[in-house]
Design a protein around this ligand. Structure first.
Ligand SMILES: Nc1nc2c(ncn2[C@@H]2O[C@H](COP(=O)(O)OP(=O)(O)O)[C@@H](O)[C@H]2O)c(=O)[nH]1
Ligand SMILES: [Mg+2]
Length: 387
C-alpha cells in the first residue's frame, strides 16, 4: 500500500474508533429532561432520586433545609392571615383574633412580616459573606444561613392557637381563591408540626425535606449513577415566562418526564391567574409532545399529587376544569378521564408511559423510580440500536 493509502487507512481507523467511543459514551449516559408547570413536583422527584439512588439525606447534611422550612411556615401563615382579611373571613374566637392582629404585623415584637424581612436580611448577609470568601473554605457549617428559630420559637403557642381556630381553617380551605400567591398542602404539614420544627435542635426528617416548597428559577442539573449508567437529570423552571428555554434542551435528551399536578384542577397559575393549572398542563403537554425536535423522543408522564387529588375529588367535581365531564365523582373515574385527555393530546405514534404518583410518598416513589429506570434503560438500548 502506498504511503498516502496507509495514512488514509489510519485516519479512517481513527474516525471509526472515535465513533465507537462516542457511541459507547452515549450508551453509558442518559439525559432526562423534567418538564411541567411550577409546583408540579419536579424538584421533589429529584429529591426522591437523591434518596433512593444518591447519597440519601444523611442526618449531618439535613440542617441546611431548616431555614427553608421555617420560611415556608412563616410565609404560609402571613398569607393565610392576609387572605382572611381580604376574603372577609372572621376568627372563631376573640382571643385568636388578638393573636392574629399581633402576628399580622401590627405588633413589632412578634410581627410575622418583620420576621420574614429579618429572614431576607439574614439570607442576604449570608450570601454576601459567602461571596466575600470567594471559593475558600466553603464548608457547609461556615456557609450556612443563620437560623430564624429564635424569632419563631416564642410565637409557637400563638401560632398553634391561630392554626386551630375554625375561621383560620376556613380561610385555609379557601386557599384556591388566594391570589396571586398560592399556598400548597406543605404549609398545613409544617404548621401542624410548628412545635417540632421550632425546637432548638430540630433536624429535618426526610419527609420534611420532601414537603419543602422552594421554586426553582434557573436550570438545575443533577447526576446519578445507577447500574453503570450515568443519569443526567435536568430540571428546568416551569413558570410560563421561563418555558421558552425548554427548547434548548430538547435535542440531546433521552426521555422527557412531564409532570402534571392532578390536584390543580380547581387552581389557577400563580403567574397567570386567568389560566387553570390542569388546562395549562394539558396545553404545555400538547406543545411539547408535538414539538418536532422531540418527534422520536419517548415521554414519561407523571400524573402527580394523587394524594391531594383523591381528597379533593370527594368534595369538588372535576367539572370545574372539564365542563363536559359526565362521569361519576370517584377518584378512579375522574383519573381515567384525565388520563384519556392527556392521551388524546399526544401524537398517535408517540410512546408515552404514564405513572400516577405522589412525589412526597417515599415508598410509592421507590417502586415508581424502579420502573422508570427500567423504561429508561429500555429506551436507551433502543436508541443505541438506532445510532
Ligand atoms: N401532597 C403532595 N405534595 C407534593 C407532591 N409533589 C410535590 N408536592 C409538593 O408540592 C410543592 C411543589 O413541588 P416541587 O417539586 O417544588 O415542584 P416543581 O416546581 O415542579 O419543582 C412542594 O412543597 C412539594 O412538597 C405530591 O404528590 N403530593
Ligand atoms: Mg422545582
Amino acid at each position: 500500500m502506498s504511503k498516502g493509502g496507509r495514512a488514509a487507512l489510519a485516519r479512517s481507523r481513527s474516525i471509526d474508533h472515535q465513533i465507537d467511543e462516542d457511541r459507547e459514551k452515549k450508551q453509558k449516559e442518559v439525559q432526562l429532561l423534567l418538564l411541567g408547570g411550577a409546583g408540579s413536583g419536579k424538584s421533589t422527584f429529584i429529591k426522591q432520586l437523591q434518596l433512593h439512588y444518591g447519597n440519601g439525606f444523611p442526618e449531618s447534611e439535613r440542617e441546611i433545609f431548616t431555614e427553608q422550612i421555617l420560611k415556608n411556615v412563616t410565609e404560609g401563615l402571613v398569607l393565610i392571615l392576609e387572605q382572611m382579611e381580604i376574603l372577609g373571613i372572621k376568627f372563631e374566637k376573640e382571643e385568636t383574633e388578638q393573636h392574629g392582629i399581633e402576628l399580622s404585623g401590627k405588633h413589632p415584637r412578634v410581627s410575622m412580616k418583620m420576621i420574614l424581612s429579618k429572614m431576607a436580611e439574614d439570607e442576604e448577609a449570608a450570601l454576601k459573606a459567602q461571596q466575600n470568601r470567594k471559593n475558600a473554605d466553603l464548608s457547609p457549617t461556615m456557609a450556612k444561613l443563620k437560623l430564624s428559630t429564635p424569632y419563631l420559637r416564642p410565637n409557637t403557642e400563638m401560632i398553634l392557637q391561630i392554626w386551630s381556630d375554625a375561621g383560620v381553617q376556613c380561610s385555609y380551605a379557601s386557599r384556591h381563591k388566594f391570589s396571586p400567591e398560592k399556598l400548597t398542602h406543605s404549609e398545613e404539614y409544617f404548621l401542624e408540626s410548628i412545635d417540632r420544627i421550632t425546637k432548638k435542635n430540630f433536624v429535618p426528617t426526610v419527609q420534611d425535606i420532601l414537603y419543602i416548597r422552594q421554586p426553582t428559577l434557573g436550570v438545575m442539573e443533577n447526576t446519578f449513577e445507577i447500574d453503570n449508567l450515568i443519569y443526567r437529570v435536568i430540571d428546568v423552571a416551569g413558570q410560563k415566562s421561563l418555558r421558552k428555554k425548554w427548547i434548548h434542551f430538547f435535542e440531546a435528551v433521552t426521555a422527557v418526564m412531564f409532570f402534571v399536578p392532578l390536584s390543580g384542577y380547581d387552581e389557577v397559575l400563580e403567574e397567570d391567574t386567568t389560566m387553570n393549572c390542569l388546562q395549562d398542563s394539558l396545553q404545555a403537554f400538547h406543545e411539547v409532545s408535538h414539538n418536532h425536535y422531540l418527534e422520536k423522543t419517548d415521554m414519561i408522564l407523571f400524573l402527580n399529587k394523587k394524594d391531594l387529588f383523591v381528597q379533593k375529588v370527594k368534595k369538588l367535581s372535576i367539572k370545574t376544569c372539564f365542563p363536559k365531564y359526565k362521569g361519576e365523582n370517584t377518584p378512579e373515574a375522574c383519573l381515567k378521564y384525565i388520563k384519556d385527555q392527556f392521551i388524546q393530546h399526544k401524537p398517535g405514534h408517540k410512546q408515552v408511559y404514564i405513572h400516577v404518583s405522589c412525589a412526597v410518598d417515599v415508598k410509592m416513589m421507590k417502586d415508581i423510580l424502579s420502573s422508570v429506570i427500567d423504561i429508561v434503560v429500555e429506551i436507551n438500548l433502543r436508541r443505541a440500536g438506532n445510532l
